[in-house]
Design a protein. Structure first.
Ligand code: NAP
Length: 238
């Protein structure tokens, strides 16, 4: 199953996220996922990132390059045939609006955190209205990993998802992913386990009813679970 991007290219609705994966495990995992049918891989976080802090402990980034300049450089990659589609990530409505204003090539995708506890309906609808596909990163709310890493709770433990899982004879993860698909977002759940690779892919053989979608809509806690910048020692939202 694929979604057609605003430039006519297609992108699979489900992808595999590999952030927080052990380097050696990734190879086998990707080979197994290809056998299952995955054709979309999100490689964010593969490799190392140096600290973004200067010696004074303050965020040390180049302040002479704007996002617009970066975007035009990315457009250059499309013009020279090096990439087909370009997108943005973790852009809120204002950054997205700005990008729409200065771009010659519109972003094909905005990859943002969204799941039943952090639905971001305004941003999702805004992007979709302007032809930008929303890819949901952290579509399971990070499950147990975020409890461990960030001390947050996971939507997979919520009674609503558990109840729907029982009703549809699926797992809470499959319900969360199916909900993501039905709101027309692309989903990139991460797992390091073969069984879950299969489980997360088996979300095309059932459909949540309107009433059940409504139940999930009411679960929203506006609860951001994920702050990758914390690994570089900064809190982007402070
Ligand atoms: N653009 C960005 O800033 C950004 C930020 C964060 C993430 N991402 C991308 O989004 C991907 C997914 O995000 P994420 O890894 O943070 O969160 P996630 O996919 O919501 O959750 C991953 C966690 O869920 C567990 N899990 C996977 N399938 C499960 C299932 N069926 N039942 C129960 N638990 C399950 C995984 O454990 P096991 O591995 O043990 O199965 C892992 O602990 C990342 O890998 C990355 O590619 C992008």
């Amino acid at each position: 199953m694929a979604i057609t991007l605003n430039n006519g290219f297609k992108m699979p609705i489900i992808g595999l996220g590999v952030w927080r994966m052990e380097g050696q495990l990734i190879k086998d995992l990707i080979l197994n996922s290809i056998k299952i049918g995955y054709r979309h891989f999100d490689c964010a976080g593969v490799g190392t990132t140096d600290s973004a802090l200067g010696e004074d402990g303050v965020l040390d980034i180049d302040t002479t390059i704007s996002l617009e300049t970066t975007w035009h450089a990315m457009e250059g990659l499309v013009s020279s045939g090096l990439v087909r589609s370009i997108g943005i990530s973790n852009y809120d409505i204002f950054l997205t609006r700005d990008c729409l204003a200065y771009s010659k090539i519109k972003p094909a995708v905005n990859q943002i955190e969204t799941h039943p506890y952090f639905q971001r309906e305004s941003l999702v609808k805004f992007c979709q209205k302007h032809g930008i596909c929303v890819t949901a990163h952290t579509p399971l709310g990070g499950a147990a990993a975020n409890t461990e890493w960030f001390g947050t709770v996971s939507c997979l433990d919520d009674q609503v998802l558990k109840g729907l899982a029982e009703k549809y004879k699926k797992t809470a993860a499959q319900i969360a992913l199916r909900w993501g698909i039905q709101r027309k977002t692309v989903i990139i759940p991460k797992t390091s386990k073969l069984e879950r690779l299969k489980e997360n892919f088996q979300v095309f053989d059932f459909e949540l009813s309107k009433e059940d979608i409504e139940l999930i809509t009411n679960m929203d806690k506006k609860y951001r679970t994920n702050q990758p910048a914390k690994f570089w020692g900064i809190d982007l939202y402070a």
